[in-house]
Unconditional design. Structure first.
Length: 262
């Protein structure tokens, strides 16, 4: 009851502030993450996040802060491979740009997990491209969100060697120049589900076994597969990795809380 009253009070205070902004958090780099007062208090189960990159500013120097408790900061040592920041998101050139978040043990989601991000894809997709995830050099172990030239659609993949993969495709094209929220969910013993803009794109129970071993880095804008990195073309924002399988209610809340913030 106390928590409910506290939340109601905070929400009321935010609403009466009208057009004023409020600071949700100050990152480790000093960046203030600001949200407008007419939106809900930003919660989104961040205690279960092992990676959270909302890109509120361009820190520079090839550094990309992770605001989760795990501090899996991204990096890009090569200047020409750094994406361009603009108004709270990064724009990737589809040729060489990506962010590498490393392979810390906290990113080894060996049970349930969820991967989420917002993307804006241009209307001229010409190749298959990886948005974010962890995938080994053989392309047979890991998970990712990607876009496919055939149909200009998005896909969530959960892959295990020798067991096959769960691959769920979007029900419609995503190369419309609009922002879309992608959330891929894997639940051990159940399988995968893929959401776009709070709408389920389907489920897949072909593989229900969790990933147990990782070697590749988590990358944004490409996969850790140097022969075919499959660089992404377009904008990416608010990348997250959870060590839980989000519920449909949580997916809905994340979508509502982050819609229009790009």
């Amino acid at each position: 009851m106390v928590k409910q009253l506290t939340f109601s009070l905070l929400l009321f205070m935010a609403v009466i502030a009208c057009a004023d902004d409020y600071i949700f958090a100050t990152g480790r780099d000093g960046t203030e993450i600001v949200y407008t007062a007419d939106r809900m208090i930003y919660t989104n189960w961040l205690s279960d996040c092992v990676l959270w990159m909302p890109f509120p500013s361009d820190v520079g120097g090839g550094s990309y802060p992770d605001y989760s408790k795990e501090q899996n900061d991204g990096s890009q040592s090569t200047v020409t491979n750094r994406p361009t920041w603009s108004s709270g998101s990064y724009d990737f050139d589809g040729v060489s740009e990506y962010i590498d978040c490393g392979n810390d043990a906290s990113l080894d989601v060996t049970g349930d997990y969820s991967i989420a991000c917002w993307i804006r894809v241009p209307t001229d997709i010409t190749k298959n491209e990886v948005i974010a995830g962890r995938n080994n050099d053989g392309g047979t172990d890991g998970f990712m969100l990607r876009v496919l030239v055939a149909g200009d659609i998005a896909q969530f993949l959960h892959i295990l060697p020798g067991k096959g993969f769960n691959g769920i495709y979007s029900l419609a094209a995503v190369d419309d120049g609009e922002w879309h929220c992608l959330i891929g969910i894997f639940e051990e013993g159940v399988g995968s589900e893929f959401f776009i803009d709070d709408v389920s794109q389907g489920t897949d129970a072909t593989v229900t076994t969790a990933i147990t071993a990782y070697t590749p880095d988590f990358r944004v804008g490409a996969q850790d597969y140097e022969i075919f990195p499959r660089h992404y073309t377009g904008e990416i924002d608010d990348v997250r990795l959870y060590n839980i399988a989000l519920t449909s209610n949580q997916v809905n809340q994340i979508y509502l809380d982050t819609k229009g913030a790009h």
